[in-house]
Design a protein around this ligand. Structure first.
Ligand code: ATP
Length: 267
């Protein structure tokens, strides 16, 4: 990665999108100081992060791995979610109570006695999220949160991400699913060749053909349908719900945002 300028602000959901090897995971791994830059600055809540104070970033930024098995280590789900708190010196009874609350937040109470290794992919992702939330970070990072999940579990994880956001926690995630990015993100960052090629609202990014082409991305289906139906000149839906609203709108009223010129938001 080189010349990357990336910030996360309170109470926003940021989606990193881009082709294979574009640098999404590498950028995410800097946010909680799993990696620290060889050159340049990494600042968390005003504190410059170095090799010597990585824990400042670790406490502020929780990381939910794509491969949940790397995160789940204890014999039961409850033990696993309790583990991080006990490492912080929280007494076991209090840690268990807080772990149960975190599991309830992601609708995983019923899993508390299960063996983490035998959970399904979606269940593991939710338990991993609970294990991060219990530590009360101000930012949650999720690397490919929908990877390998069926539509129902994808929806479950997407719902929980929105609930986390509603609780005032910033969320940064990477995804190859642009429909999902359009649904959940306030801001989309397009990555290509180890850098942020451009960013903006989903509407700005997903109607920017040059930016998407530079990252080998295709627009979400709502954008393609709107264009094929000749709607994209006056309206710019990015989600299925917005497209349906445009198609069923009999008032002739204009959409929520005015069109933006191609290339808007590009660095
Ligand atoms: N520790 C490392 N040392 C050297 N190169 C690395 C290291 N980690 C990742 N890379 C390289 O950096 C590039 C970006 O990888 P990264 O995993 O960040 O991409 P990504 O956008 O998350 O891709 P994907 O969508 O395929 O998961 C790749 O070419 C990868 O091989």
């Amino acid at each position: 990665m080189h010349d990357v300028d990336f910030s996360v602000y309170p109470d926003e959901v940021v989606a990193l999108v881009g082709g294979n090897g574009a640098g999404k995971s590498t950028l995410l791994e800097h946010l909680n100081a799993t990696l620290v830059p060889d050159d340049g600055d990494l600042v968390v809540d005003g504190t410059p992060i170095t090799e010597d104070n990585r824990e400042v970033a670790r406490e502020a930024v929780g990381f939910v791995f794509q491969d949940a098995d790397t995160q789940l280590v204890a014999p039961t789900v409850l033990d696993d979610v309790t583990f991080g708190l006990q490492n912080h010196g929280v007494p076991v009874d209090e840690a268990r109570e807080r772990a149960r609350e975190a599991l309830a937040t992601v609708d995983a109470t019923h899993l508390e006695d299960r063996i983490p290794h035998y959970l399904s992919g979606g269940e593991k992702r939710l338990v991993g999220l609970a294990g991060v939330l219990v530590l009360e970070p101000s930012v949650v990072v999720l690397d490919e949160p929908l990877a390998g999940l069926d539509p129902e579990r994808s929806q479950l994880v997407a719902d929980r991400i929105q609930r986390v956001h509603a609780d005032g926690i910033s969320v940064v995630l990477s995804t190859h699913d642009l429909e999902f990015a359009a649904e959940v993100a306030d801001r989309v960052c397009v990555m290509a060749d180890g850098n942020v090629a451009g960013s903006g609202t989903p509407r700005e990014v997903f109607y920017d053909d040059a930016l998407l082409a530079a990252a080998n991305l295709h627009p979400p289906s709502a954008v393609r349908v709107a264009r094929d139906a000749g709607l994209a000149t006056t309206t710019r839906p990015v989600t299925e719900a917005e497209l349906v609203a445009v198609l069923t709108d009999t008032t002739g009223s204009e959409p929520v945002e005015q069109p933006v010129p191609d290339g808007f938001g590009r660095d």
